[in-house]
Design a protein around this ligand. Sequence first.
Ligand SMILES: [Zn+2]
Length: 293
Amino acid sequence: MPELPEVETVRRGLAPAMEGARFVAVEARRADLRWPLPQQFAQRLVGAEVDRLRRRAKYLLADLASGETLIMHLGMSGSFRVLNGMDDEPQGDFHHARSKAVAHDHVVFRMSSGATVTFNDPRRFGSMLLVPTSELASHKLMRGIGPEPLDPVFDAAALARACAGKTTSLKAALLDQKVVAGLGNIYVCEALNRARLSPRREAATLATRSGAPTVAAKRLVAAIKAVLADAIAAGGSSLRDHRRTDGDLGNFQHSFRVYDRAGERCPTRSCPGTIRRIPQNGRSTFLCPVCQK
Ligand SMILES: [Zn+2]
């Protein structure tokens, strides 16, 4: 499941093809993804110019000059690929990696930039919706989403406020999209190890009795911002080498400190601990029981 850095990497890959460009042709090869595609999907898009391609949590938002916003979500297995101009045959590894999956190319946008943008999604948990831009903030998918973790409004005070009085675990609180947007299992595990905080710790411990942020809250916010920035930077470097726009983070998975590293030595300096995998809320949590308190 793509998390915020992967979706942001996709956004940066799509922006040069889509921003400032019009939809010249739209081909929907099926009527539905996770949900039915919008009524008259192609007719509503063709001719419309993309003013801006934004990201909110794990959603890509293409604001159109027509007054609508195209909401796109990658689901579990969705990816985009961008081909430019005459270059209509994928090449090299890219070709071999994708050629078998043509049956899962469900939506194709031809843009006035000359780019062809294809959405591929084998498991079809992805989605595309069209909503009036003026109603976006109150849309059921958008309302209630918490602050963007890289936005300055997401600080230790905000996190402490969101967690004050919560008896759930820190892991569960960070996965709650109302507390902070866009985090999933991987980056929550990574941020908690960087901050040396146990995923099993009660979320309420991020706030003092008066509701002020604790030292732990400050460490955690800094860790969340740092791990996301590092992952996005790795994705940015992978974009220069590949035309693929599937959120590939280059070699960033080799930089994971704890995720999928059970049995390995904890990377925290001078920590003698070993990474463990524990079940938590039905999912795997990776942690170092020695330095994460
Ligand atoms: Zn450790």
